[in-house]
Design a protein around this ligand. Structure first.
Ligand SMILES: NC(=O)c1ccc[n+]([C@@H]2O[C@H](COP(=O)([O-])OP(=O)(O)OC[C@H]3O[C@@H](n4cnc5c(N)ncnc54)[C@H](OP(=O)(O)O)[C@@H]3O)[C@@H](O)[C@H]2O)c1
Length: 317
């Protein structure tokens, strides 16, 4: 099969297409990959900067959608099932393996590209908003990076699970359109977002961006507000003066979904079950950005660092 190898830690341009034997493991689900999601961790892996550091060379790719070609007995999965799966590694290939508890039957109305864009971002955001952030009916949610993969997922999920108002924060008008299309009630520009939304006006901030907007995010929170720390695409890790938390009765909440969910068998399944009715209804529908061929993996990975990407980047073998 064709696959993508990271064989040196020289960045996304150094990834290469290789021919490998088909993977096989009787205790795992074998999937003919129709689409693979591309995310920031894979970009970081090309430089050895992600916490998961496999021996070189390795096939990256944490998430795929495709068709089951073999499944362990008792897994509840059958040959021919359309599925979405977390592969963790190995997804940038024509065939991949996944744990049965991390493989989910895809509703017919969801495409492979959408399926490969769903689990990672939406389960993270479910964990963030519902399990860590305790979103309640009618609350106002502000979403940074609102045209990105996490951002669009957060807008849709907040609306589907009862938020009263969702405000998207973006850097360009074009990204504002993406955030609006995902369901944002209001869109504001990243520069000066606090003036636009007002101090003490939101209940939850979803923050996959970090950087120098962090203090203004804290200022935007009402009493009992929560700032959900998801990532640092701006590059720098903010520091908190904790007196702000005390004075305003607000919280900064860490959201580390990956290691937490992977080490608890069935956890991601519970999140999938909770989201499934909304996936079926179309309330949750991943925004697929650019689609690249497997051969163009370098270009797909490079696009993530240019701040030009909207929605989820997908590879199609
Ligand atoms: N904690 C967890 O469990 C978990 C799980 C999944 C992902 N994550 C993390 O969440 C973050 C976001 O992932 P994503 O898939 O949503 O990424 P994405 O689609 O690339 O979106 C990130 C957004 O960040 C904003 N941004 C601001 N400054 C930027 C810069 N200097 N370079 C690039 N983007 C910049 C951009 O929006 P504007 O241009 O509009 O500002 C962009 O749309 C990543 O760091 C990822 O590792 C964490």
């Amino acid at each position: 099969m064709r696959a993508i190898h990271i064989s040196s830690l020289d960045g996304p341009e150094a990834v290469e297409v290789v021919d490998l034997p088909d993977p096989a493991n009787d205790s795992l689900v074998t999937i003919e990959v129709k689409a693979a999601g591309v995310a920031f961790p894979e970009l970081l892996q090309t430089r050895g900067l992600y916490q998961l550091k496999p021996d070189l060379p390795f096939v990256p790719g944490a998430e795929v959608a495709g068709v089951v070609t073999a499944a362990p007995e008792g897994s509840g999965l059958s040959v021919g099932d359309r599925v979405a799966a977390l592969t963790l590694l190995g997804g940038f290939a024509e065939r991949a393996l996944a744990r049965p508890d991390l493989t989910f039957v895809l509703p017919d109305e969801v495409s492979f590209e959408e399926g490969a864009s769903f689990t990672f971002n939406y389960a993270t955001v479910y964990f963030a908003l519902i399990e860590r952030g305790h979103l309640t009916e009618g609350e106002t949610v502000l979403v940074h990076g609102a045209a990105g993969g996490i951002g669009t997922a957060a807008i849709q999920l907040a609306k589907a699970f009862g938020a009263g108002k969702v405000i998207g924060v973006v850097s360009t008008e074009a990204k504002g359109e993406i955030a609006r299309a995902a369901g944002a009630d209001e869109v504001v520009m990243a520069d000066g977002f606090l003036e636009a939304v007002g101090k003490a006006s939101v209940d939850i901030v979803v923050d996959p961006v970090g950087g120098d907007r962090f203090t203004d995010s804290l200022r935007s929170l009402r009493e009992h507000g929560r700032l959900l720390v998801i990532g640092f695409t701006a590059g720098s890790i903010p520091e908190v003066k904790v007196n702000r938390l005390l004075l305003n009765n607000i919280s900064v909440v860490g959201v580390g979904w990956g290691a937490y969910a992977m080490s608890r068998e069935g956890h991601v399944g519970t999140e999938w079950e909770a989201m499934l009715p909304h996936l079926r209804s179309g309330a949750l529908r991943p925004v697929v950005g650019a689609t690249h061929r497997l051969e163009d993996a370098a270009q797909a990975l490079t696009s993530l660092e240019g701040r030009t990407v909207t929605g989820k980047v997908v590879l199609v073998p």
